[in-house]
Design a protein around this ligand. Structure first.
Ligand code: AMP
Ligand code: MG
Length: 423
């Protein structure tokens, strides 16, 4: 049977939608639910802390000792017994303690000791007075104000106890997490392997990017944007090239793509006669969870599970491909990386120029956001629709126009989806 007939009983060549159209939030939830359900333990390997940026930890990291390991001065100044220091009091300075110095002697009553930031506060002292609030007269130090017990000292063990878990499995390693691991001497970290994501473009008109396209052909820019988006989302792209709009070629290349952790296709999911992706997947036995989402651009987006793996059919128009990746593929990749799905980077901004959009679908318009006196302001950019890559290259976000909204006035609060690669 022609695979197309399976989705269109009349046997016509048009793709018939078999699911009710979901909102983008519902569609995202479906992806998270289905991929999350199948999330198993992921293969991992030891990675140097220098190379582990943005990887997901699969081990616990514990402290090797207390932090700080001694009462640490947070200022350059004088360590004192706080009870002895009132405005105008003077104390004899009996020495100095630099960061890293071994401190054995307690501070004797009636004296003070000069101390540097990061140095250990001697026993007996319970406050550090900033140098700015003192005056040195030979051996004597005169204090301008009273000292408070504990002032400018971080007590031993107050940041973490010895053997305390400070990083847990599932943590995505950013610069602070890596510094924390380094601080406790965890120089090699067990991290989940990056999910491998197969990228397959489709369309008879599509040629390789290093080929000269014929007048009516186009270069395969979608595979490039998708590979970049996969990398940004923490995955490893496996670019499979392009499938012709033919059942056999699509079938073969889809099979190849399913060797990876996930498969992302572009093109061939709309209503045209040669949009065969969904019907080929159906004929293979893929289980579908949505085949249309109430958004523009990106409405014909498709999500299925086949052989336990997520398969996404994203519309071929470049901006649609980019938007639908961010909405639906990125959360799946988080889950495949052994982490939680990160929320969409949505922020609220003031609309700089009134808008008039057709209601019915949630719109994601290429837009530019900037901060004026710390207040975010956003403006939709002129564009020629979902094929206009140049517009998106000028944009740093998408302005989200809710489905029920037709007009939005200047100054109204709107929702903005940030392009997290550049904002
Ligand atoms: P489709 O979703 O296959 O109907 O394609 C929609 C539009 O996107 C058409 O104008 C295609 O030529 C274009 N398109 C499809 N695939 C790609 C691709 N890989 N790179 C750039 N544009 C594409
Ligand atoms: Mg096509």
């Amino acid at each position: 049977m022609c695979p197309r007939e399976r989705c269109c009983p009349a046997g016509c060549s048009r793709r018939a939608r078999t699911h009710t159209m979901l909102t983008y939030e519902q569609a995202r939830k479906k992806v998270i639910e289905q991929v999350g359900k199948r999330k198993g333990p992921r293969a991992s390997s030891g990675v140097s802390v220098w190379d582990a940026l943005e990887l997901v930890l699969v081990q616990e990291v514990k402290t090797d000792r207390e932090y700080p390991p001694f009462d640490r001065s947070t200022r350059d100044g004088y360590a004192v017994r706080s009870k002895e220091i009132s405005p105008g009091a003077a104390r004899k300075c009996v020495g100095e303690i630099k960061a890293g110095d071994t401190v054995r002697e307690a501070l004797a009553a009636g004296s003070c000791v000069q101390i540097m930031t990061g140095a250990a506060v001697p026993a007996g002292a319970d406050a550090v007075v900033m140098i700015e609030h003192t005056q040195r007269e030979g051996d004597l130090v005169r204090f301008a104000r009273a000292a408070q017990r504990g002032q400018n000292i971080v007590p031993r063990g107050s940041e973490a106890c010895a053997g305390q878990t400070i990083l847990t499995p599932g943590t995505r390693l950013g610069f602070a997490e890596l510094a924390l691991a380094a601080q406790v001497g965890a120089v090699e970290l067990q991290c989940a392997k990056r999910p491998r994501v197969a990228i397959l473009s489709t369309g008879d008109e599509v040629v390789l990017i290093d080929q000269q396209p014929g007048k009516f052909q186009i270069r395969n820019s979608n595979s490039v944007s998708l590979a970049a988006q996969v990398r940004i989302a923490g995955g490893e792209p496996v670019v499979l090239g392009n499938a012709a709009d033919r059942v056999e070629d699509l079938g073969e290349k889809i099979e190849r793509g399913l060797k990876e952790d996930a498969l992302v296709l572009t093109g061939g999911v709309s209503m045209g006669k040669y949009d065969l992706v969904e019907s080929v997947l159906k004929a293979m036995g893929a289980e579908f969870f949505f085949d249309a989402v109430a958004i523009r651009p990106g409405k014909p987006a498709v999500f299925a599970i086949y052989q336990g793996k997520p398969v996404f059919g994203l519309p071929g128009n470049p901006v649609s491909t980019m938007v639908t990746f961010e909405l639906f593929v990125a959360p799946a990749m988080d889950l495949l990386s052994s982490s939680e799905a990160r929320p969409l980077p949505l922020v609220e901004a003031r609309l700089a120029e009134a808008l008039n959009e057709r209601p019915g679908l949630t719109h994601f318009l290429p837009a530019h956001i900037e901060w004026r006196d710390a207040v975010p302001e956003v403006k939709a950019l002129k564009w020629q629709g979902s094929g206009d890559i140049a517009a998106l290259a000028r944009a740093n976000c998408f302005l989200v126009v809710p489905a029920e909204k037709e007009k939005i006035a200047t100054g109204e609060a709107v929702s903005v989806l940030l392009r997290k690669d550049i904002v």
